[in-house]
Design a protein around this ligand. Structure first.
Ligand code: ZN
Length: 191
């Protein structure tokens, strides 16, 4: 069974989600929710899904990536859960196209930290530490943003905002720095 993924404009996407206790995490309800979120993410398909995206203001997200793309430092990430995450950004920023299952059909270039550290709880309520770079770091920043009521459109280089179809037609194969210059988005990222 797939859960309904809510779209931009739904108030829950703009709320700060609440943390979960360890007892809540191990409850049958949350364990069931994690399973449903995993299925929903896989079917979408997506590489991450945060609880606010299925209408629940809880600090919980699921992540899984199976792709490998050298240009974006993308590598497979096994399925895992982050709860109550705290994010620390590295200093270097990278620009790349990003989309969101809650902003269906669109994409934009979003500057993100190339490396991050995350302290969180896992699906058993146990503390975990994550060090990530490249695409995985981008996924973590995107999902953790959801838990604070932030969408990528708040951080995007707005002149690159495009339908997914037009991005495939007009932006595919163009190096991102070249595309930014062409669109008048060459300035500093401010991170
Ligand atoms: Zn999203």
């Amino acid at each position: 069974m797939n859960l309904k993924i809510v779209q931009a404009g739904e108030p829950v996407l703009r709320e700060a989600a609440r943390p979960l206790t360890a007892a809540e995490i191990t409850s049958a309800e949350i364990q069931q929710l994690i399973e449903l979120m995993r299925e929903t993410m896989r079917d979408a398909p997506g590489v991450g899904l945060a609880a606010p995206q299925i209408g629940l203001p809880l600090q919980l997200a699921v992540i899984e990536d199976v792709a490998e793309v050298e240009a974006t430092e993308r590598a497979p990430v096994p399925f895992h859960v982050i709860v109550n995450p705290r994010l620390t950004l590295g200093g270097e920023t990278v620009d790349f196209f990003e989309g969101c299952l809650s902003v269906e059909g669109f994409q934009a270039v979003v500057p993100r930290a190339r490396t991050v550290q995350v302290a969180a709880l896992d699906h058993r309520g146990e503390p975990i530490g994550i060090e990530a770079r490249g695409w995985y770091a981008r996924i973590l920043q995107h999902e953790i943003d959801h838990l604070g009521g932030t969408l990528y459109i708040d951080r995007m280089r707005s002149r690159t905002f495009s339908t997914a179809r037009n991005a495939a037609r007009h932006a595919a194969g163009i190096p991102v720095p070249e595309l930014l210059a062409k669109l008048g988005e060459g300035g500093p990222t401010g991170t």
